[in-house]
Write a protein that binds this ligand. Sequence first.
Ligand SMILES: [Zn+2]
Length: 468
Amino acid sequence: MDQAIAIDDAAPLTPAALTNAIDLLTRAVTQGLAVTSASELLAASRASERLVPLALALRSALLAEAEDQRAGEIDGLNMADVISEERRIPKTDATSELRRASAHAAFPNVLAAAAVGRISQPNLETAVKTLEQMQPFYSADEFPAAEAALLKEAEGTVPAIFRKKCRTSLSQLDESLRRANNAATAKRRKQSFDERGLVITLIEDGEFGANVWGHIPTEYLRKLKPALDRKAEADGRAQRHSSRQAKDLRVRMLDALFTLVTGSRPPQADDVNGDDASSPCSDERPDLFSGLDASEPASGGTTDPNVAACVDAAGSASATDAVVDELLAAPERTRHLWDTDAEDLGRDRRLASRGLRELLTLRDGGCVFPMCTDPPEVCIAHHITSWEAGGRTDMRNLALICTRHHPRVEYPPGDPNHWTIVLDDAGIPAARPPVRYDTARQLIYHPRLTPPTCGMPLPSQVQTLAAN
Ligand SMILES: [Zn+2]
């Protein structure tokens, strides 16, 4: 290749060399490779296969060191946030990738073998997990020999067999393994207990249910899980005996939890569209649509305006019907309907009121930075145009941002060198990336704030487009 870069074999590369490599690869992707024969194509394919493990190994080593040195803090982030930003993956996924990278980097010999393709990626995973468990049994002098033997096995063994061999080897150490693991186990158990908790995140205002996330430590699990299992199993048996089809286990688990906590039977499918207490008549949404609903109570006997609105909607196929239907079909699209100015504080007060925060929670649902998964509780109401620059404490100038991402977006909206938050024409918050991330600087919406479909034109629309 005529683009060869002069490299001093013995010296570590500068980060600039990495940038050059990226430029080179980018050109190869955008401009293609000038391949003139099948044998050249084969050689190029082989080269690109070698590229993958090399890139992965380099990445693990870099990430582990960056995590060690807390390099992300330069940007006010942790390294998981950085991965999430660069790779456009949810932060939870980024966190596990970071953990994996650190584990790999802890065994540089194994990582080096994987980098040059001497061992496969699956065997790298197995080897690292096994070595982590083996390490406590060996002295610093003994360990390299054990590691070398494992590595040799990893080179010539298919993943499934290698995993099995590793398990068997570990079991030989088991008795002492247990002892050595005791301290580590105690530490992890305490960590688990400290992390106990349950987070119920309402979707919209609960209209579409809620997502549940939590961590159950062993101490709770030992009593909770058997109780749920027993109840779910008993329900399943009863359902099978009554010749109904038994519900899926995960449904039975939730039903069991409901019954054990509330003491009453869980709602049935028939109740969902019925006129029970969870119908739109009794929830708190209608007041958010003031201006859409007929605001005058119906001239019947009822005086509750919410009930009146429902009666009205049910009685006549009004325009409200269509709007509400559309809301239910694509709630994300119509969040701007909640962009009321009822709670706006203007220049009177810098901090958002409780009412404003509630509206923001409804609209944003959590940190609006792309891919961030932080819930509203850990977010601040960020002034899009800063308070100091005369920004107002209004719905149209606020967005929820978590405390870590906040310093990242504290620049005038549209600043070309930084991430900033803007509100689009529909009143939906979006992130405007810096030039280095996307030269076109197109708005990036949090997945929570995007329409429920991919926006692909329907076949009939494609034909229309083609005809024009
Ligand atoms: Zn965030």
